[in-house]
Design a protein around this ligand. Sequence first.
Ligand code: SAM
Ligand code: SF4
Ligand code: SF4
Length: 350
Amino acid sequence: MMDNTPATIALERSPTDRRGRPLRDLRISVMDRCNFRCPYCMPRERFHEHYAFLKTAERLSFDEIVRLTRLFTPMGVRKLRITGGEPLLRVNLSDLIADLTAIDGVEDIAMTTNGVLLGKYAYELKAAGLSRVTVSLDSLDQDIFARMNGGFGRVAEVLDGIAHARDARLGPIKINAVIQRGVNDEGALDLVERFRGTGVTVRFIEYMDVGNRNDWREQLVVPSKDLHARIHARWPLRAVRPDYVGEVARRYAFEDGQGEVGFISSVTQPFCGACSRARLSSDGAFYTCLFAQTGMDLRGPMRAGADDATLTRLIRGNWSAREDHYSEQRMILRARHESQNKVEMNYIGG
Ligand code: SAM
Ligand code: SF4
Ligand code: SF4
């Protein structure tokens, strides 16, 4: 029998891109500013005190974000991720979460944060409808932590944020750790040890060449398989089947039942084949890849009075024309110097 539930009908209308990939996830950057200056994302010398961040009026308002999200869900978007910059710097963020929660079709709202302000906001975010958080934490060592975030914040504040998120039941909580050779790779096992058995999953991210300002070098990338081998030697691991098609992290469970670790290996094991993620920048551009050079402006037409049908046509057309698979082409494009002018990550979020 045909299933004619609204969700099924909506999914039938979901566009696929030129590689047959549907649109399922929307990452919304709500704030281009950040209270950290991680050298791999917003290096201090480039994002200095005179850097021209967006003016308030240039950022999408909450109403505009909600309106666009309402247009994305009938196309198949089920999961939202709120990110930045640092999303918790956006004033009254819980109000936005509450509005997004109320949208038909939205099944899951997650947030990626550096965690420093999580202690303050965890409960109100949960009450507003946030499902879960991913907290970035690259090292437990205060000196290395500071080196990796440009000298701001304390490990203790992030751990406190994680504790508050647990109390507020913003789980399952994940920790994102970007690993750079010779910087924090030695402390990777300390992170595993700290969170094993707590229900919090640590995910190691290969250092990526996002944007144009982090002076990425391949030598600084620690391949996930090397880290996996080191962890496996100490705490035997077994592969876990993905929860859903397109899951970004490869997951491994500890044989002794003390939880899981994950690896996000965009450099050595690209996962473009099932990438169903779209991104909305803080100033309202629609990007179809983390490494895109251009986005489609939605704020302009929206503020000029475009109706929903027009905006839907723009979004659909852009997704249908999507070819992106940067991570599979990285080395070729870099060799040809065709990887310049990528959008900066603080605009479109990680
Ligand atoms: N400020 C928030 C945070 O740090 O969690 C949210 C935005 S941040 C851009 C999202 C994620 O991207 C973080 O987990 C961060 O570690 C990761 N990230 C940033 N630059 C990266 C890079 N060059 N390579 C790999 N991951 C990166
Ligand atoms: Fe800020 Fe997150 Fe980028 Fe670090 S990774 S500079 S915390 S946006
Ligand atoms: Fe998706 Fe682009 Fe990343 Fe490939 S490189 S997984 S297409 S965001």
